[in-house]
Design a binder for this molecule. Structure first.
Ligand code: ADP
Length: 261
C-alpha cells in the first residue's frame, strides 16, 4: 500500500473507497479527510451514500476496495507478514472503540435506568470500575442537562431527553470521533433545539471530531466548520457552511437546498 499506511495526521481519511451493494456503486473511489477537532456535516439527497460512510466507519459495512484511516491508524486492513489483508474482527473491535455513534432512533437499553445506560459499556467493554464509570456518567449526564434523571427509565423521558442520554452514552467511551446520524429528525422542533444546544456546547468545550449526517440546516450551520455536499456517492462541494448556503456553486446543490428549506 501507499506511504499513507504508516499513518496520517488526519482524524478520518478515506482513500479511494469503493462501496457497492450488488451492482449499485454507492461510493466510487471516494477521497476525503477530516482533521482532528473538525465538525463536518454531510448533506445531499437521499441515497447519495452519506449513511454508508458512517456505517463503514462504525464497521457495520466493509469496503469493496480502498482504505479508511481513523486517528492515523488503518481501520480497514491489517498487515500479515508483508501483505495487507482485510481487517479481522479483533482489529475492528479495537478500532470501533475510538468511534462513538448516535442514531436517529436513540437505541437506549429500555430495561436500564439512565445512569446504567451510560455506565454499561465503560464497565463491560473498557473494564472501568463501577465507581469511576458512575462518576463520569454523572458528569456527562449533568453536561447534557439530565443530572436529575439518573434513575429514570428511557420510556419516562421525552425524545429529546433520550437523545441527550444517547449522546452522553457515546461520550462515556471517550471516543476520538463522534458520528451523528440524523439525530434530530425524529424530534419535534423544540426537542431538536435542546439536542442542538447540547451539541453546540460540546463543540465549544471539547475538541472531539464530529461527522454528522443531517437534513437540519440550522444544525449544519451552528455546529459545523465544513459542509460536504454529496451527490451520487461523490463530494460536489466542500465549504464552510455560510459559504455553501449563501453561494452554492452547483445547480445540484441549489436544487437540494431549495428542496429542504
Ligand atoms: P443516504 O444516507 O445518503 O440517504 P445511503 O448511504 O443510506 O444514502 O444509501 C446509499 C445507497 O446504498 C442507496 O442506493 C441505498 O439503497 C443503498 N444501500 C444502503 N445500504 C444498503 C444495504 N444494506 N443493502 C443494499 N443497498 C443498500
Amino acid at each position: 500500500m501507499s506511504a499513507s499506511e504508516s499513518g496520517t495526521s488526519d482524524m478520518i481519511r478515506f482513500d479511494r473507497v469503493v462501496k457497492r451493494f450488488g451492482d449499485n456503486v454507492v461510493l466510487d473511489e471516494l477521497d476525503f479527510a477530516v482533521r482532528p477537532g473538525q465538525r463536518v456535516t454531510l448533506i445531499g439527497p437521499s441515497g447519495s451514500g452519506k449513511t454508508t460512510i458512517l456505517r463503514l466507519l462504525m464497521t457495520l459495512e466493509r469496503v469493496n476496495s480502498g482504505t479508511i484511516f481513523v486517528g492515523g491508524e488503518c481501520l480497514t486492513h491489517v498487515r500479515r507478514g508483508d501483505q495487507l489483508v482485510p481487517a479481522d474482527e479483533k482489529h475492528l473491535r479495537r478500532m470501533r472503540r475510538r468511534i462513538g455513534m448516535v442514531f436517529q432512533q436513540f437505541n437506549l437499553f429500555p430495561n436500564m435506568r439512565v445512569l446504567r445506560n451510560v455506565t454499561e459499556a465503560p464497565i463491560h467493554v473498557l473494564g472501568r470500575s463501577a465507581q469511576d464509570a458512575q462518576r463520569q456518567a454523572r458528569e456527562l449526564l449533568e453536561m447534557v442537562g439530565l443530572g436529575d434523571k439518573l434513575d429514570a427509565y428511557p420510556s419516562e423521558l421525552s425524545g429529546g431527553q433520550q437523545q441527550r442520554v444517547a449522546i452522553a452514552r457515546a461520550l462515556a467511551m471517550s471516543p476520538d470521533v463522534l458520528l451523528l446520524d440524523e439525530i434530530t429528525s425524529a424530534l419535534d422542533p423544540e426537542l431538536a433545539a435542546e439536542v442542538l444546544d447540547v451539541l453546540r456546547d460540546l463543540a465549544r468545550t471539547t475538541d472531539i471530531t464530529m461527522l454528522c449526517v443531517t437534513h437540519a440546516m440550522k444544525f449544519a450551520r451552528d455546529v459545523s466548520d465544513r459542509v460536504l455536499m454529496f451527490d451520487r456517492g461523490k463530494i460536489i462541494e466542500d465549504k464552510p457552511p455560510d459559504e455553501l448556503f449563501e453561494a452554492p456553486e452547483h445547480e445540484r446543490t441549489r436544487k437540494f437546498l431549495r428542496s429542504i428549506l
